[in-house]
Write a protein that binds this ligand. Sequence first.
Ligand SMILES: Nc1ncnc2c1ncn2[C@@H]1O[C@H](COP(=O)(O)OP(=O)(O)OP(=O)(O)O)[C@@H](O)[C@H]1O
Ligand SMILES: [Mg+2]
Length: 342
Amino acid sequence: MSPQIPIISVDGVTKRFAFPHSLARRLSGKPPLAVHALNDVNLQVYRGETLGIVGESGCGKSTLARCMVRLLDPDGGAVRFEGRDIAELKSSERRGFNRRVQMIFQDPYSSLNPRMTVSQIIGEALSVHKMRPKEQIAARITELLELVRLPGDAAARYPHEFSGGQRQRIGIARALAVEPDVIVADELVSALDVSVQAQVVNLLLQLQEQLRLTVVFVAHDLRLVRHISHRVAVMYLGQVMEISPSEALFTSPRHPYSKALLDAAPELDPAYRNRNVATRGELPSPVDLPPGCPFAGRCPYVFDRCRTERPLLTPRGNAQFAACHLTSFGAEDQPVTHERPL
Ligand SMILES: Nc1ncnc2c1ncn2[C@@H]1O[C@H](COP(=O)(O)OP(=O)(O)OP(=O)(O)O)[C@@H](O)[C@H]1O
Ligand SMILES: [Mg+2]
């Protein structure tokens, strides 16, 4: 892994979704309401790494993933692939990007065409991007099925003949067919039984190493994210609150929200068990974001500045970054310092 080169760079990305403009608001002259799904998101994905993205439901993980693969265009800021704004890619460059950055969706049931055999599904991906001459396609399909450890007779069967975990393997094989550099997996295993989740995640982990893939792994389950990710970005209300190497995040989170998330899943790390700092207070509405830190209303360490000034992601040492006005916060036995960030 060469962690210095970002393959994808998310630079100040904002994304809003408008509500239908109600008659009452229109008559009162108020502007249309919008959900602030992404609010100035900045992060880099380095070549060869697995970046986990975690956060509560509705914090903008899928919106960010969709912006990264250009299923959505940001309202502000840019997503760059190898330094180029992906919104500006045209024709063959756009097709190249579409091949090199593949998304795998949560729901293997709806993302695979039920009327096509596995061979046709993977074959289609191979021919759309002209990956192999016709006569080599069958052999390549066999190779791909072996890669994701599906039985040899899978090619002639239809998606409904497989279990959920196997269907997700078909989705992975289809994504790998076009030899991508980046896989964006949004809740890859959330719909699967816990026992099957680990198998699929371990497969992705092995493929990542074997094929030197860059992986963006979006998930609710912190345990899985820790297992698979080199670094993890913690999102809250459309913003990145912390981005840290995986082990550092789980052993010494640098944002009170990260800590609250870990505390909400105490089985993750015995060191955090029984610490009563779980998230409390109201989750602000993504329609009406507070001016300062979005976590201020729920943060046990809140002070005046947090309510007025939005903290930016700043380095915390140990390759960690946090968007917090506190440079350290605490373990209950340590005094909380209110220093300016670095
Ligand atoms: N197409 C859309 N139209 C309107 N609002 C949307 C749309 N997509 C997402 N949103 C809103 O944007 C916010 C972020 O949604 P998003 O799906 O990105 O969150 P998420 O972190 O992926 O949540 P989950 O963990 O439940 O998948 C939410 O408030 C959601 O309701
Ligand atoms: Mg989602």
